[in-house]
Design a protein around this ligand. Structure first.
Ligand code: 5GP
Length: 211
């Protein structure tokens, strides 16, 4: 039987650079996964291509897809729908290939519920880990600004708690390397490989008992 591929979910707060990191991952030689193209109701931006960057659909088409149970997850973001078509993900995982999703946090939590054996990676802004230094070191920000930053950081850390890995996006190439190492290590986790070894043993048993 074909071993199932691994679902990799790249997510994180808005503006952290998920799209840029995803594009760099797709361009990297290491690449050994398929990217799941999302569906959206937002307008196409210059240079974007339907079926490459997104499947651009009307609101009615998107809602019909939801009603048909065709979405693995979906969320509304800045007034538009974004979602992951279920069929491609299932077919690709069944064929033994890894699948990468690059989605916002509400959608990622839906996937976590449905696919708990996925790998959930939270991309963090570098200033989250340097927050204390930035807040106290500069001495230039007003109390209100500092307060706002602390609230935002608290929200982001609360979100992070739902993920398996936190990757700092200080430099895109570094973030990509960190994610690639995660993918590599995740493939070596015992729960992911043990069935293969058990099957091997079963065959070996057949060989020894037939002698
Ligand atoms: P943009 O409009 O800039 O391409 O994307 C806006 C946001 O939607 C980004 O945070 C991106 O990660 C998120 N996004 C893209 N595709 C999906 C998807 O299929 N599902 C969800 N939940 N979010 C998505």
């Amino acid at each position: 039987m074909q071993e199932r591929g691994m679902l990799i979910v790249l997510s994180g707060p808005s503006g952290v650079g998920k799209g840029t990191v995803r594009q760099a991952m797709l361009a990297d030689d290491f690449r050994d996964f398929q990217y799941s193209i999302s569906m959206t109701t937002r307008k196409m931006r210059p240079g974007e291509v339907d079926g490459v960057d997104y499947y651009f659909r009307t609101k009615a088409e998107f809602e019909a897809e939801i009603a048909n149970g065709g979405m693995l997850e979906y969320a509304q973001y800045v007034g538009n729908y974004y979602g992951t078509p279920l069929k491609y993900v299932n077919q690709t995982l069944d064929a033994g290939r890894d699948v990468l999703l690059e989605i916002e946090v509400k959608g990622a939590m839906q996937v976590r519920e449905k696919c708990p054996d996925g790998v959930f990676i939270f991309l963090t802004p570098p200033d989250l880990s340097e927050l204390k230094h930035r807040l106290t070191g500069r001495g230039t920000d007003s109390e209100a600004v500092i307060e706002k930053r602390i609230t935002q950081a608290a929200d982001e850390i609360a979100m992070m708690a739902n993920y398996d890995y936190a990757v700092v996006n200080d430099k895109v190439e570094l973030a990509v390397k960190r994610i690639e190492r995660i993918i590599e290590s995740e493939h070596l986790r015992v729960p992911r490989v043990i069935d293969r070894y058990k099957t091997m043993l079963k065959h070996a048993d057949g060989v020894s008992s037939s002698k």
